[in-house]
Design a protein around this ligand. Structure first.
Ligand code: HEM
Ligand code: HEM
Ligand code: HEM
Ligand SMILES: *[C@@H]1O[C@H](CO)[C@@H](O)[C@H](O)[C@H]1NC(C)=O
Length: 453
């Protein structure tokens, strides 16, 4: 009995010493992904401030030509995460560390003053080409974008790397290009928390995921979930496919506003069907817009229920605008049949319609920005804008001169003798087939002209 205790005790003691020096760290080392990233975290109570400080060590190899960036961030996803990003500095041997955040998937920007105070304690590049940065985040739990709990057994963290952006810059605001690899992990923060003293997180020489007080060289303990997406695609935290909800939202809305331009062209086309073309296209486009916006609201709830971006505010204002616009269009028409001329409602419809058309199309850009969209989508949007402008500008140009597009195309002189255009200021607004409807209802053009105000 006694002897067995005596043999176990030293082994146990040795074990504690060895495991106590095991850091809480996560690694993603993958040649195919051109990623070699480890980060270690430790936290402790700051004896002066009584707040919990976080120490972070990021150690990464910029595998291809020593360029690109690497980042780890507090949170389950990009949206509102507190991101620590590092890249090679402007001169050989230097490292730039930048603390940023973002909304949804937009390009991360340097955090504002109200973020927790961070301090880069040490940066170095070792002879194996590993870039290292040790960072302190004071009172780090005060970050309100996402939740950090240094006592949590399952704190979400994310990471991302890029290997092809030519970084080499001392500018902390350097505009980042998207990642080539990214992932999600849960860390047992409690395992590295200390009540007393300042500990400094230190990535171990073994570049594997590990946790203190476990078999140090063993595989990741079950409390840690590695969701590096290429390895466990099924567990991917949240994936955007080409036909995902975000893309569908964007497509419906971009297409909806694009269509409105052709509805506007319809009403000014000079075609005898202009009225019908207009209301059909606008009602269809308008419905797509309302449905798309509702999807946007749903998306925002799914992302945690934040409604704080410019894109969302503009988008939200589009729902009532488009509905009111439809009603105004109809009211205009009813009044028109009654009085045979434009009323105030007509001008509201025209100007609210033009404003919605322009603002909605611009909001596509804000949406693409928020979604961190790839360049294909940007170019599609630019092309769409170019097409719309090349329709609208000549259309408005001729319209202002009392001509319709069809007149212009057929090179007809302005028809002075036609009732339609009595004066450019007023009656040029009258649309052919609205007049036709008067005739259908037994009213001739002359009745109209003599109609009361
Ligand atoms: C220019 C900078 C960035 C852009 C344009 C960008 C863009 C995107 C986009 C479009 C997605 C969703 C599509 C997909 O699943 O591939 C995404 C996902 C993700 N990104 Fe980024 N990203 C940037 C920077 C970062 C940084 C600095 C991190 C730091 C950790 C990061 C971490 C992630 C993670 C973990 C995901 C999956 C979870 C989520 O959807 O939020 N990204 N990123
Ligand atoms: C969301 C739906 C709609 C949008 C965005 C919209 C937009 C517009 C715009 C921008 C104009 C002015 C064209 C210009 O710039 O020269 C216009 C004119 C007109 N719209 Fe709509 N429209 C919509 C729905 C409707 C509906 C439902 C009707 C009829 C029931 C209608 C009837 C008209 C008429 C008659 C005009 C000509 C007004 C005039 O020249 O006095 N619109 N619309
Ligand atoms: C004028 C109306 C709107 C337009 C034209 C519009 C357009 C877009 C576009 C083009 C995207 C990018 C999609 C992609 O990359 O494929 C987007 C993303 C987004 N939109 Fe909208 N949108 C509108 C209204 C709204 C509304 C009303 C909301 C919610 C209140 C909303 C919330 C979002 C969010 C949260 C994203 C980013 C999703 C992510 O990256 O995770 N949008 N929008
Ligand atoms: C406690 O926090 C302050 C700033 O918030 C910092 O200057 C100080 O170094 C911290 N103390 C320790 C032991 O890290």
């Amino acid at each position: 009995m006694k002897t067995s205790w005596l043999t176990i005790l030293p082994v146990w003691l040795l074990g504690t010493i060895v495991t106590a020096s095991t850091p809480l760290q996560y690694c993603s080392v993958d040649a195919e992904e051109k990623t070699d990233l480890c980060f270690a975290v430790a936290s402790f109570k700051n004896s002066t401030t009584q707040a919990n400080d976080l120490s972070l060590h990021i150690s990464t190899k910029f595998v291809v030509d020593a360029t690109g960036w690497a980042s780890v961030a507090i949170g389950p996803k990009m949206d509102n995460a507190l991101m620590f990003i590092m890249y090679p500095g402007g001169e050989q041997g230097r490292i730039t560390v930048s603390t940023r955040t973002t909304r949804y998937h937009a390009i991360p920007k340097v955090v504002s003053e109200d973020a927790p105070e961070t301090h880069v304690t040490k940066t170095w590049i070792d002879d194996t080409g590993l870039y290292n940065a040790q960072i302190m985040c004071y009172n780090c739990e005060s970050w309100s974008g996402t939740t950090l709990d240094v006592m949590s057994p399952s704190q979400p963290w994310i990471w991302a790397t890029n290997w092809d952006q030519p970084t080499h810059s001392d500018d902390v605001h350097l505009k980042l290009r998207p990642h080539n690899a990214k992932g999600f992990t849960m860390l047992n923060m409690a395992s590295s928390y200390s009540e007393s003293g300042d500990i400094i997180a230190q990535v171990s020489t073994q570049r594997i995921t590990q946790e203190p007080n476990t078999d140090d060289a063993g595989p990741a303990p079950p409390t840690m979930q590695d969701e590096s997406d290429d390895h466990h695609p099924a567990k991917e935290h949240h994936k955007h496919s080409a036909f995902g909800l975000v893309s569908l939202h964007g497509f419906l809305l971009s297409f909806g506003f694009f269509a409105l331009t052709f509805g506007v062209l319809g009403i000014r086309s000079g075609s005898s069907k202009s009225y019908k073309i207009h209301w059909t296209i606008q009602t269809g486009g308008g419905s797509a817009i309302v449905v798309g916006c509702l999807m946007g609201i749903y998306l925002s709830y799914k992302h945690g229920g934040h409604f704080g971006t410019f894109h969302q505010w503009i988008g939200l204002s589009m729902i009532p605008s488009v509905i009111i616009q439809g009603l105004l269009g109809y009211l205009h028409h009813v009044n028109y049949l009654k009085y045979g001329r434009r009323t105030a409602v007509s001008y509201y419809h025209i100007w609210l319609g033009r404003a919605a058309l322009i603002i909605g199309n611009l909001n596509v850009g804000f949406g693409l920005n928020l979604a961190g969209a790839e360049s294909f989508k940007w170019f599609t949007w630019y092309a769409g804008l170019a097409i719309q402008l090349s329709v609208l500008i000549p259309m408005w140009y001729f319209y202002a001169r009392g001509k319709t597009i069809l007149d212009a195309v057929r090179n007809k002189p302005v028809a002075k003798d036609v009732v339609r255009y009595e004066s450019v200021e007023q009656d040029a607004f009258i649309v052919d087939d609205e007049l036709d409807e008067f005739e259908d209802e037994g009213l001739g053009h002359d009745d109209l002209k003599n109609g009361k105000d």
